[in-house]
Design a protein around this ligand. Structure first.
Ligand code: ARG
Length: 593
């Protein structure tokens, strides 16, 4: 279905033309004075110069041509030359009807769908997920769902950090604690034990300890670097330990991501491209792209138009060690071979922006990608505490993701219990927990996604879990309210099949429909700008418009059956659109609340 503003603009363009002006002046926008009109057109102002005519005159000419328009119920020329517009109820009705009938509410599918790899999450093996991992996971998951809904083929890749120093640190500390393990015996030829020498709980403690110690103990750090080198090179015992750490760590990561509805199509990581690196390095040397600088192998990526210094992209360190860049470039090479995507989107902390600029330039210059392969970086801001500083636990420590999710659930549980007792309704502990589990995810995710990704935001537990205001729980309450009206109607013996939608009568009903028909433009905007916050803003507007309608309308007690059924049809559409939005944001709606 064509976007509403495009339809309105076409109609307006015809009127401009009929009045002897250029059609392109007829661009219609949402009104910025909703108290005066629903939509507006400022084309007469722009045309004044061209036609050497007072804008009000032009606007009047055009308004005349719209006198019996099927699309606009009212088109009024007002000083100094605006066209204030109201759309006709029957035109709106047709649009809303098509939304009910057509798949995906009539969203137009791309003629050439894109294949997009979305690189998000970015967990590091051997390290617990902490609050810093929340944003790339939540934002990436939503972007994947939005682009997929828009008709593209999307592949989500967690791109694990599984090939670096953290693993070397963990191995070093394991050796400290259990020096007799066979993994460290160079002469050992036999098979290694199937069972890992460390559990996930131990890993959770070992990494922070080893990382701290390496900061003050250079000899220990040197050993960790050596261990890193060894497992990367494939020294048997070290590689076996690396495998154990992976096997212990990955199920835990999966469990954590799962708890916030984040799911990846690919669980690949830096390690997967290790075997490609020699080939890539040869290719870059043979192509004359890479050269040695102070012992290291680098590719220059600065450009004449740069206003800031862009350092060369380092491919290998002077000791031959592999870097973050190396694995990222090799991953691009692998992705092009295996999937040949049209686009790759990376979501990480915005502090990695310069890094990705280097990597992208290097990939282009060395022709690892095709000239038309789109490489996009979306850098997200920091989560701060209510004190405005990076979010920490109450005692100032690193906030683990698991704990944050649990604290949100606890808070949600408390609020649900309190809310019910205020309403004088009993809810069992078990039921309250079940609801809290689902709603907490919405609180966390909506709290994050409703902010523009690149901005920092304040994690405010009380606000995020509130059932009022621009929050996840408010959205869910609204959908659950709609569901319960529909259920009640069914319990009273009504059927929800084949209900006919009639033209909106009240202002509130029309306003609700006017929000609904913005769906298509909203989705297309969210895809073009990879911006989940647009989905939040839309679903919040929709919830508000629905609640206003609901408070003004006695739906189930309406005597006129046709009217009542039309409202129920509208409710079903609002429910479906809202549930689609919550799904795009990555959370579910509970049956009851
Ligand atoms: N593991 C990385 C980190 O913790 C994030 C990975 C992002 N993706 C990528 N292809 N580099 O910073």
């Amino acid at each position: 279905m064509e976007k509403i503003l495009d339809q309105l603009s076409r109609e307006m363009g015809k009127a401009f033309e009929a009045a002897g002006y250029e059609a392109e002046l007829g661009r219609v926008t949402l009104s910025n004075r909703p108290d005066l009109c629903e939509y507006q057109c400022n084309g007469a102002m722009a045309g004044a110069k061209r036609y050497k005519k007072a804008p009000l005159m032009i606007a009047k000419d055009v308004a005349e041509k719209l006198a019996d328009s099927q699309v606009f119920q009212e088109a009024e020329a007002v000083a100094p030359g605006f066209l204030n517009l109201k759309i006709s109820g029957s035109f709106l009705l047709n649009m809303v009807r098509s939304m009910i009938e057509e798949p995906k509410f009539g969203l137009e599918m791309p003629k050439k769908p894109k294949k997009i790899i979305i690189d998000y999450g970015g967990a590091n093996v051997a390290k617990a997920l902490h609050v810093g991992h929340l944003r790339p996971a939540i934002i990436g998951e939503s972007i994947k769902r939005i682009c997929r809904y828009g008709g593209n083929e999307c592949i989500g890749d967690v791109h694990l950090g599984d090939w670096g120093m953290p693993i070397g640190l963990v191995i070093t500390e394991i050796q400290e604690r259990q020096p007799g393990l066979v993994y460290f015996d160079e002469n050992y030829q036999g098979e290694y034990p199937k069972e890992s020498p460390v559990t996930i709980a131990q890993l959770g403690e070992i990494y922070p300890y080893a990382s701290e110690r390496s900061k003050s103990d250079p000899e220990y750090k040197a050993r960790a670097m050596e261990a890193t080198h060894k497992f990367q090179k494939g020294v048997r015992g070290y590689r076996a330990l690396w495998r154990h750490i992976m096997d212990v760590s990955i199920p835990d990561l999966k469990h954590n991501y799962d708890s916030i509805n984040v799911e990846f199509d690919l669980w690949k990581g830096e390690s997967d491209v290790n075997d490609l690196i020699p080939e890539m390095v040869d290719y870059m040397k043979a192509g004359g792209y890479a050269h040695i600088s102070e012992g290291a192998l680098v590719v220059d990526v600065k450009e004449d138009t740069d206003t800031k210094e862009i350092p060369p992209c380092m491919i290998l360190k002077s000791d031959g060690a592999v870097l973050y860049n190396t694995t990222d470039l090799a991953t691009i090479m692998e992705r092009m071979r295996l999937y040949a995507p049209d686009e790759m989107i990376y979501i990480t902390d915005k502090r990695q922006e310069l890094y990705f600029e280097q990597v992208f330039r290097c990939a282009r210059k060395t022709k690892l990608v095709k000239p038309d392969t789109v490489l996009r970086f979306l850098g997200h801001g920091t989560i701060n505490g209510t004190d405005g500083k990076p979010f920490k636990t109450r005692d100032g420590g690193v906030m683990h993701l698991e704990r944050l999710v649990q604290e949100t659930k606890d808070e949600m549980f408390k609020k649900i219990r309190e809310g019910k007792s205020r309403e004088g309704r009993e809810v069992s502990e078990k039921e309250a927990w079940e609801i809290a589990e689902v709603v907490a995810v919405s609180a966390l995710k909506y709290g994050d996604l409703s902010n523009q990704a690149s901005k920092d935001y304040i994690f405010d537990m009380d606000k995020f879990t509130s059932s009022e205001g621009d929050t996840g729980p408010y959205i869910l309450y609204t959908v659950v309210r709609i569901k319960s009206i529909l259920n009640k109607y069914r319990e009273q013996g009504g059927s929800l099949e084949g209900l006919a939608l009639l033209e909106a009568e009240s202002d509130a009903e029309k306003a609700l429909e006017m929000v609904l028909v913005q769906f298509h433009a909203m989705i297309q905007g969210a895809i073009a700008e990879i911006a989940p916050h647009k989905v939040c803003a839309f679903v919040y507007d929709l919830a508000n418009a629905f609640n206003r309608f609901y408070h003004e309308t006695k739906i189930l007690s309406e005597e006129n059956q046709a009217k009542k059924q039309s409202w129920l049809a509208l409710l079903m559409l609002v429910r479906d659109v809202m549930e689609t939005c919550t799904d795009l944001l990555g959370f579910e709606v509970p049956e009851k609340m």
